[in-house]
Design a protein around this ligand. Structure first.
Ligand SMILES: [Zn+2]
Length: 419
């Protein structure tokens, strides 16, 4: 009896889901590339079926009308670099999270992080590694896709790959076998590890092309160019892509030449490296917020005490990347700072010299193209997923207006609708 009731409920839900239409209007519609006034957007089921000037878009009968005063309608935002299995290091340091917290505990937290991300208007997120929580991200993604919990659509890395000796947690007694925040592999063993990660559900392969393991703790390449090429070859043949954590110029260069599609962090990008990335169609994911927030956790009083060298350097490299013309996507390394505060990265992009309009593009169309999702999300146009966000104000002029979220829809399902 109970089972029958459940089946009936699911059928009723599926029916209303497939037939429901929405007629959305806003003062401004940002379609992923351009800003329009006087537009309307029609959603049927999980898809956008029409978007354009009100005169050309016919309002369907029995649709639910959505409109807010002084509003901007945008595609669902795309977080390009999250760690849903981490939370701010000023609450619990990274070593403790990785070594002492169980995967179950971390997954419980991740479900809340996923919800906060979605409600902040980020309907898609690329997650760059569980940092010691195995393939819990693959399970989290499944629970979201099945509607068990609310969260953004996910692209997940799984464990990620590091070279032996480079990654943390570090400086424990060497008599102990310490679990690392990612999977170590080298040389020909990389072939097996890449395939194993793919088999366990990785949507892409994330590799640390360098790490702070230099003689003086500086960022130094961890893999040879040949190793990176091998990883890329094995990854590509599965129809997936390689993305690289890389800060030093040498590691970025190797990652780009090996075929990586995105460079994460890129702290030492300059004009020359930016141009090389551009030539190879590589997208830069800056993670400005991670550097800013970690500096603050270490005691920097922003706006009061002098700016730390790593923040000054990050600003300089971001400006050079801008000048080089390399595609710049949006990804903040959120997890280092609270999930749901993803817009912080976008505010820093503006603070460091990018126009708000371009920052909006970075978190929508640029990220969508960089992650091969442009036929699904990142734009408002007929045929794409109904991932839509409405905010008060005009984020194309004031990026912080993205914090004034009124409405969030993912796959045609409304998750937030503030009266
Ligand atoms: Zn990261």
């Amino acid at each position: 009896m109970k089972q029958l009731f459940l089946v009936g409920f699911i059928l009723a839900f599926a029916t209303s889901y497939s037939q429901q239409s929405y007629y959305l209007t806003a003062d401004r519609v940002f379609d992923g590339e351009n800003l329009h006034e006087g537009w309307a957007v029609i959603v049927e089921g999980d898809k956008i079926v029409a978007a354009g000037p009100k005169s050309s878009v016919k309002e369907p009968a029995k649709s639910i009308k959505i409109n807010f005063p002084n509003s901007t309608l945008t595609p669902g935002l795309i977080e390009g670099h999250s760690h849903l299995f981490l939370y701010p290091y000023n609450i619990t340091d990274w070593d403790t999270q990785v070594l002492k917290e169980t995967d179950a505990y971390r997954t419980a937290r991740a479900t809340v992080h996923a919800k906060n991300t979605l409600l902040a208007g980020f309907t898609t997120a690329r997650d760059l590694g569980t940092e010691g929580a195995g393939y819990s991200d693959v399970g989290l993604k499944r629970a979201i896709n099945e509607g068990v919990i609310p969260g953004p659509r996910l692209l997940v890395a799984g464990r990620a790959i590091v070279s032996t000796g480079s990654y943390g947690p570090k400086n424990y007694d060497h008599d102990q076998q310490i679990m690392l925040g990612a999977e170590a592999a080298d040389g020909n063993d990389l072939i097996r590890v890449v395939r194993d990660q793919i088999g366990k559900g990785a949507d892409f392969i994330k590799v640390y092309a360098d790490y702070r393991w230099g003689l003086h703790g500086e960022d130094q390449p961890s893999f040879t160019l040949d190793e990176l090429k091998l990883i890329n070859e094995v990854t590509r043949s599965s129809g997936r892509v390689l993305v690289c954590h890389a800060k030093s110029k040498e590691a970025i260069k190797r990652a780009v030449l090996a075929g990586a599609e995105t460079i994460e962090h890129g702290d030492f990008i300059d004009l020359e490296i930016g141009k090389l990335m551009k030539e190879h169609n590589v997208t830069f994911i800056p993670t400005l917020a991670a550097v800013d927030m970690i500096s603050q956790y270490r005691g920097w009083k922003k706006g009061v005490s002098p700016e730390p060298a790593n923040v000054t350097n990050k600003k300089k490299s971001f400006k050079e990347a801008l000048a080089s013309g390399v595609a710049i996507g949006m990804g903040g390394d959120v997890g280092v700072f609270p999930h749901g505060n993803n817009v912080l990265e976008m505010e820093l992009m503006v603070e460091y010299g990018m126009k708000p309009f371009d920052v909006l593009k970075a978190a929508t169309s640029v990220n969508a193209r960089a992650f091969h999702l442009e036929n699904q999300v990142g734009f408002i146009k007929a045929g794409l997923k109904a991932d839509l966000v409405i905010v008060t104000g005009d984020p194309s002029k004031n990026i912080s207006d993205l914090r004034a979220v009124k409405f969030v829809m993912k796959d045609g399902v409304v998750y937030r609708n503030e009266k």
